[in-house]
Structures are given as structure tokens and as C-alpha cells.
Design a protein around this ligand. Structure first.
Ligand code: C2E
Ligand code: CA
Ligand code: CA
Length: 612
């Protein structure tokens, strides 16, 4: 019995153990069921998400963005119509594939690695990317990629939206091309040149080398243009630029900066003399005749050279000095080059007159004013004359102003001469008046003179010495606006002078960097389009654009506008066409002696083609 009882107990115990084990099993089974259920839910969530994404994608089927949805393994599960349109791949071509086949070799492997690093870290990536169409063609895309993770943070999908920006990119590079290259010759323009020159200067400084800036102006180009027409002129420019470029080395830059003006930057020179063979090659390149159809065209170049670092510390200065040296090359007979140092020495020699000379000239009353008419080409009205100073020198003959004014610039004697000009002009107005000719005169005023503290008082004094003259007959043309240091002070002075009845013009408009600022802040009635733009406007689209721009600007600011340097009837026609009626220049009249003005006035008539 005892034995049996024991066995039963054992049985019970095992039964208990079994029950416990079963319970454990049940529990595990339960857990499994729960886990399964969770998994089920997750999948459902997944399905749900995918559906949502697909729905979102279908919203865009008609949109321009291409859409690619991939699963957790990076395999494409959905694309939209725009995708097919942009890439050329049909949906069935790509479903189940990794989108890697779209990659182009314009993008480095690191690019894609970085993109994925960022995607995994931040969940999104945006940027421009070059991809490849089915046709093999490379295209630019603006892309936004996001990844979708489930509740537990596991990557489920990625979705990318792409916009084809190839056209935009092309347009952008076209704009860049226009902004940096000359349209006719495809050479770099002034903007790109400035950039390249600055870089080259840094490079030369670092390597202790020199560079040369050669400013080239063609001799006789205008004649070719006049004789054979602009098309031939253009062809010549293209041919010459190719030849000149061939004469330079790889790292050098050749730029076209204006009608027939070029600049070459020659880099990495050990000594100045190293530039000589290059300069000779440029001269030969230009001077060798070119045949076009039946014509043999022959021009030459005058080249001015400045050297970095000795002739200038910034790009502007180097170009300016090369330009000055170019003038000397022209003066000395063209078809040659001159170094800036040389130029300076010669210029000093040429301007042998010193300040004392000028002073004694004033004592001897050797200065006089010539007058150049200003007219309305449309109505034929003569609106006034500009007074231009001359020096009747005993030995040198009639000396033009730019040969002596720079010598006294900024000195007290220039103020004295400036006042003499105003005084003389006022006397002239009165004299013409007494002959029955009412003729306003404009007088050039240097920035230095205008900025004198007593300018207003001195002008008042001069006006009151000529009480018969109506001050509205006097106009002051402000020169070298770039030298105006304190615009608000100058503006106050000008307003005060306006009170007297005197009016103002901005001379050489468009040449200074801040022309617009001056126009906005200074009380000027008239702006004078600088002659450099007017000369070029028939041949050079940039010049034409500037002239048009200035005319438009004047209209917008309700100022009058006059073109100076109108050398031909054709210039006048072109100006009238863009709405500029006022003009001054050789086509109308050269500056002349005061005595010749009444006769000219009586006989002058506008050209028929201007009336039309
Ligand atoms: P600006 O004020 O721009 O004067 C116009 C210059 O262009 C004058 O040269 C004039 O003779 C010239 N010109 C006029 N029409 C034409 C044309 O159709 N083609 C060409 N190629 N040139 C033309 P100019 O008389 O030698 O005077 C040169 C500069 O000297 C003036 O330029 C002005 O800045 C300065 N200037 C002249 N007289 C005075 C003055 O009395 N005082 C001051 N401060 N400066 C003066
Ligand atoms: Ca002037
Ligand atoms: Ca001028």
C-alpha cells in the first residue's frame, strides 16, 4: 500500500509537471500568435503605406514630376507616367529593378554614397542630379528623395520626385555664355577677362612670376567697315581673333572688350622680355592681309603693354595703364607695341608744357572758347552750344583741352581757368544777344571745381557781373562724375545753383560705375550719352544696347537726353529710331569759333533722312 501511495504521488507530481509544461507551451503559443498578429498588422501597415504612396503617385500621373517608389530592398515597385515620359522607360521595363540603371557617369560614386548617407540619417535628400535616359542622353533633374520607415524604424520605401531641368540648365549656361563671352568672336568678354586676370595675378604672385596685359586697338578697322560694310568687318574680327589666339599660349587669355579692342593676358613670364615674341606674333597676326571674296583687307594693331606687378596692383589699373600705353603706340605711328613705362616717359615728354606755361598762357590771354552746336534732329531746332576750351599756343598752335587740362587738374589754377570759361561764356551770350541771337551755352565743370565750398558764391558773383544775361541760358556739364566724393553735398550745391536759374547736365553718361546713383540723386535736367557708345552703336550690339538703355533710363527719370559724338547721318537715323532726338557731333557741326556761330545758325538745315 505504502508503495502504491508513493507511486501515485509521483504520478501526480509528473502530472503537475506536465500541466506546467503544457501551460508554458500554451503561453509560448500565445506569444507566437501575438507575434504573428503583430507581423500581420505590420504587413498591413506596409500595404497601407504602399497604397498611400501609390495613391500619392497617381495624383501626380499627369504632373511633370517623375515619381519612383522603391521597397525596403531598393527595388522599384511603382513609377508614374512622367517617369516614363522623362526617362523613356516604360513601367514594365523597370518594375522589380534597382533604379541604378538611371545613373550617369557625370556623377561620382561618392556622390551617391553621400546621398544615401544623408537619406538614412535625415530621411530626405534634395539636389540636382545628372541622370541618363533610355536613349543614353544625359539629363538634369531636380530631385527630392524621402525614405519611409515603419513604426519600429525599419526602412520600408523610398520615394523620389524628379523634375527635368535640362532646358533650364541649358538656358542658364546660355546666359552664362552671353554674360562671359563676346557673341561675335566667342572670346571672353570684359567681365570674364577681369576674372581671369585677377586669378592670373594671384597665381603669378604666388610663383614669383610676371604677367603682361596687352591692350590692342586695331588701326584702320573703321575704314574697312566703311568701305566693305559691317558683315565684312565682322568676318575680319572673327578671323583676326582666331589668328591672335593661335599666336598665344595655352594659359594665356585673349578677350574682346569692345568694337575693335582686344586684351591679351600673357601669364607665367620669368622676365618682361619673355613677352616680346608673343607681342610680335600678335602684331604679325593682325597685320598679315586677309582675303575676303575679291577684297584684300589689311589692318594693323597698336598695342599697349603693362606688366604685373610693376605697373599696377589691381586688374583695373593694369588695364588702364596698358590702355594709356596703347595711345602712345598709336601716336608713334601704329602697328607697334609700347610698354607702359615707356608710355609714361613719352607722355611726360610730349606734355612739355608745365603749370607755369599754362599760367603764362593765361596772362597772355592765349585761351579761347570754341562752340559746338546742339540740335534737335527731329524739329531742326538749335537748342544751344557747348563751350570747348582751346589754347592758342605761340609755338604749338591750337592745343586741344585734353593736352593741358590734365596737367592742372585738381590745382588752384584749374579753378581760375574754370571761372574764366564761365565768365567768357556769359560775355558771349550777351554778345550774341545784342546781335539778336538767343543762344544758351553749356560749360564743362570739373568735379573738383563743383566740389569747392564756395562754388555757389563764385557762380553767383559771375552771374551778377552779367546782369543782362538770363541765367537760364547757362548750363553746366558735370565732368568725371566718378570724382564726386560726397553726393549729398554736391546735390545741395546744385540745388542752390538751380535757384539762380542755372541748369545741369551729366556729361559722359554711362562711363562711370555709378551713373545711375548720380542720376537718381542729382538735380540734372539733361544727360549726355558718352560718345564712345554712340560711335559704336551701328556696329556693336553692346553699345547699341547701352544707348537704348540710357535713353530709356532718361525717359524713366524724366530727364532730357542728348547723344554726343554723332559723326554720321546714319548715327542720327539710328538715334531717332530709338527715341533720342537731341544730338551733338561732327555730322551736325564741328566746334567752331564764336564768330562763325551766327552764320552757321542762319544756314543750317536738318538732313532729309532725319525729317522723314
Ligand atoms: P566733352 O565735354 O565730352 O566734349 C566733347 C568732345 O568731343 C570735344 O572735344 C569735342 O570737340 C569732341 N567732339 C564733338 N563731336 C564729336 C564727334 O562727332 N566726333 C568726335 N570724335 N569728337 C567729337 P574737345 O574739345 O577736345 O574736348 C575734350 C574734353 O575736354 C571735353 O570732353 C571736356 O571733358 C574737356 N573740356 C573741354 N573744354 C573744357 C572746359 O572749358 N573746362 C573743362 N573743365 N573741361 C573742358
Ligand atoms: Ca561736355
Ligand atoms: Ca562728353
Amino acid at each position: 500500500n505504502k508503495e502504491l501511495a508513493f507511486q501515485n504521488k509521483e504520478k501526480d507530481k509528473r502530472a503537475d509537471e506536465l500541466i506546467i509544461a503544457n501551460k508554458e507551451k500554451d503561453k509560448r503559443a500565445d506569444e507566437l500568435v501575438i507575434a504573428n498578429h503583430k507581423l500581420f498588422l505590420q504587413n498591413q501597415e506596409n500595404e497601407h503605406l504602399l497604397k498611400k504612396l501609390k495613391r500619392a503617385a497617381s495624383v501626380f500621373t499627369s504632373a511633370n514630376e517623375s515619381i519612383i517608389i522603391t521597397d525596403a530592398n531598393g527595388i522599384i515597385v511603382e513609377v508614374n507616367e512622367a517617369f516614363s515620359r522623362i526617362t523613356g522607360y516604360a513601367a514594365q521595363d523597370v518594375l522589380g529593378k534597382n533604379p541604378r540603371f538611371l545613373q550617369s557617369d557625370r556623377q561620382s560614386p561618392e556622390f551617391y554614397t553621400e546621398m544615401w548617407d544623408r537619406l538614412l540619417a535625415k530621411g530626405t535628400w534634395r539636389g540636382e542630379i545628372w541622370s541618363r535616359r533610355k536613349s543614353g542622353e544625359i539629363y538634369a533633374e531636380m530631385m527630392a528623395v524621402s525614405i519611409v520607415k515603419n513604426a519600429t524604424g525599419v526602412l520600408q520605401h523610398s520615394i523620389s520626385l524628379g523634375t527635368d531641368i535640362t532646358e533650364l540648365k541649358n538656358y542658364q549656361s546660355q546666359l552664362e555664355q552671353i554674360a562671359h563671352f563676346d557673341i561675335l568672336t566667342n572670346l571672353p568678354n570684359r567681365v570674364l577677362l577681369a576674372d581671369r586676370l585677377s586669378q592670373a595675378m594671384v597665381h603669378c604672385q604666388r610663383n614669383n612670376l610676371k604677367l603682361a596685359v596687352a591692350f590692342m586697338d586695331l588701326d584702320g578697322f573703321k575704314e574697312v567697315n566703311d568701305k566693305y560694310g559691317h558683315n565684312v568687318g565682322d568676318e575680319l574680327l572673327i578671323a583676326l581673333s582666331q589668328r591672335m589666339k593661335a599666336g598665344l599660349r595655352d594659359g594665356d587669355t585673349l578677350a574682346r572688350i569692345g568694337g575693335d579692342e582686344f586684351i591679351a593676358v600673357m601669364v607665367d613670364l620669368e622676365k618682361i622680355e619673355d613677352s616680346a615674341p608673343l607681342l610680335e606674333r600678335l602684331l604679325t597676326a593682325v597685320a598679315t592681309p586677309i582675303e575676303f571674296d575679291d577684297a584684300v583687307l589689311k589692318v594693323s594693331a597698336s598695342i599697349g603693354v603693362s606688366i604685373y606687378p610693376q605697373d599696377g596692383s589691381d586688374a583695373d589699373q593694369l588695364i588702364r595703364h596698358a590702355d594709356q600705353a596703347m595711345y602712345v603706340a598709336k601716336q608713334e605711328g601704329k602697328d607697334r607695341y609700347r610698354l607702359f613705362d615707356n608710355a609714361l616717359a613719352n607722355a611726360v615728354k610730349a606734355q612739355l608744357q608745365n603749370i607755369d606755361d599754362i599760367r603764362s598762357g593765361m596772362d597772355k590771354c592765349e585761351f579761347l572758347l570754341h562752340y559746338q552746336p546742339k540740335v534737335n534732329m527731329h524739329t531742326g531746332e538749335v537748342i544751344g552750344v557747348e563751350a570747348l576750351i582751346r589754347w592758342q599756343h605761340a609755338v604749338r598752335g591750337l592745343v586741344p583741352p585734353l593736352e593741358f587740362l590734365p596737367v592742372i587738374e585738381g590745382r588752384a589754377i584749374s579753378l581760375k581757368l574754370g571761372e574764366w570759361v564761365i565768365d567768357n561764356a556769359l560775355t558771349q551770350i550777351k554778345q550774341w544777344q545784342s546781335m539778336g541771337l538767343s543762344m544758351p551755352i553749356s560749360v564743362n565743370i570739373s568735379a573738383y571745381q563743383l566740389q569747392q565750398d564756395n562754388f555757389k558764391t563764385r557762380l553767383a558773383g559771375l552771374l551778377s557781373a552779367h546782369p543782362e544775361v538770363n541765367p537760364s541760358h547757362l548750363e553746366l556739364e558735370i565732368l568725371e562724375t566718378s570724382a564726386l566724393e560726397n553726393i549729398s553735398k554736391v546735390s545741395v550745391t546744385m540745388h542752390a545753383c538751380k535757384e539762380f536759374g542755372v541748369s545741369f547736365a551729366l556729361d559722359d553718361f554711362g562711363t562711370g560705375y555709378s551713373s545711375l546713383t548720380y542720376l537718381k540723386h542729382l538735380p540734372v535736367r539733361l544727360i549726355k550719352i558718352d560718345q564712345s557708345f554712340v560711335y559704336g552703336m551701328l556696329e556693336d550690339n553692346d553699345d547699341l544696347a547701352i544707348v537704348k538703355g540710357v535713353v530709356g533710363l532718361a525717359k524713366a527719370f524724366q530727364r532730357d537726353v542728348i547723344a554726343e559724338g554723332v559723326e554720321s547721318i546714319a548715327h542720327g537715323v539710328a538715334l531717332l529710331k530709338i527715341g533720342c532726338e537731341l544730338a551733338q557731333g561732327y555730322a551736325i557741326a564741328r566746334p567752331m569759333h564764336a564768330d562763325d556761330i551766327p552764320g552757321w545758325f542762319a544756314n543750317w538745315q536738318i538732313d532729309d533722312s532725319w525729317q522723314a
